[in-house]
Design a protein around this ligand. Structure first.
Ligand code: FE2
Length: 321
């Protein structure tokens, strides 16, 4: 009985168009049906993001996970402070549960898309006494590169009013594992077999909400190129290029149209078998990054728990500047 992977997340948003534009610029492929946009990685079949338009403001609707033994999971959910609930209107498949804070999760007993396969030259770094790239240039002229291509949705980070309780729920009820944490401020959870370092992460906030989704690209250079290109198009906040301590991934975050974030990542730690992993409790100075530019003021601001959504807050700042 365990979660095997992350499938997608669904946001309610006021208008579809800015979201479709933003995520298309990020390299996802949009399929629009009525008031709903399904956004998938170019080489995948399943959507990674579902946007449902017409809401008063952006809000996390639910996260979809693949899991097995759903009957046993339903029992474990009820025993660990969660609740099995009816399928929301228009979303039918699977086991629907609320975590102890009311965050909605859909669990389906289905296989995820196949993992991306290796393409092109391996990322290779020449180092003192370790020359591994011979007779070729690491970097080609800019025009040689296609736009960044997200390969798969790697993880989401959501806000939680009680991070350790959220962790206890996904570990005890959903069969996930605590990868690492930083006190009770931020925590990272993984699946038990063949997992990225984190699949769902939690950051402390007065309420639940969506913070960011992270998409894997081929290598650190594509994180850098993709982040710079999306920033140029979106003209919003960003954080990166940098490297996280917890999970070790290179990152570049670009702010989405509603104040939450899109991340390109590469080279995350891998947990082949959770039985061999020991979680670390990092100090707060290691909670965000090993290195990188300064963190934007609103990087960990939960606009879903705020009275005013992101756009109105931005307008307020402009008016008082
Ligand atoms: Fe991330």
């Amino acid at each position: 009985m365990a979660v095997r992977g992350l499938l997608s997340f669904t946001l309610e948003v006021p208008d579809l168009d800015p979201g479709i534009r933003f995520y298309s610029d990020a390299g996802l492929v949009a399929d629009i049906r009525g008031d709903t946009a399904y956004l998938r990685c170019p080489d995948q079949v399943r959507p990674s993001i579902v946007l449902v338009g017409g809401a008063p403001r952006k809000r996390l609707h639910h996260i979809s996970l693949c899991a097995d033994e759903l009957d046993g999971m339903a029992v474990a959910v009820a025993r660990n402070g969660g609740k099995v609930v009816a399928s929301p209107e228009r979303f039918e498949d699977g086991l629907w549960v609320e975590d102890p804070h009311g965050m909605l999760l859909q669990l389906v007993d289905e296989a995820p898309d196949a993992p991306p396969s290796a393409t092109g030259e391996a990322f290779a770094i020449n180092a003192p006494g370790r020359i591994v790239r011979h007779g070729r240039s690491a970097i080609l002229p800019k025009a040689s590169y296609a736009p960044a291509k997200p390969l798969r949705l790697g993880h989401v980070l959501v806000f939680s009013p009680d991070v350790l309780r959220s962790v206890a729920f996904v570990t005890d009820a959903l069969g996930m594992g605590l990868a690492d944490r930083s006190e009770d401020i931020i925590a990272f959870t993984c699946t038990k077999q063949g997992s990225d370092h984190h699949v769902i992460a939690f950051a402390k906030s007065p309420g639940v909400g969506f913070h960011h989704a992270s998409f894997q690209v081929n290598d650190p250079d594509e994180v850098g190129r993709g982040g710079a290109a999306l920033l140029e198009k979106a003209k919003r906040g960003d954080w990166g290029f940098g490297r996280h301590t917890i999970g070790s991934n290179f990152f570049h975050y670009i702010q989405d149209p509603w104040g939450s974030w899109f991340e390109y990542y590469s080279d995350m730690d891998h947990i082949a078998d959770y039985a061999g992993w020991t979680p670390t409790n990092y100090s707060l100075e290691d909670s965000l990054a090993s290195w990188g530019p300064g963190v934007p003021d609103d990087f960990v601001h939960n606009y879903e728990a705020d009275e005013a959504p992101f756009q109105q807050a931005a307008m307020r700042q402009t008016a008082t500047a």
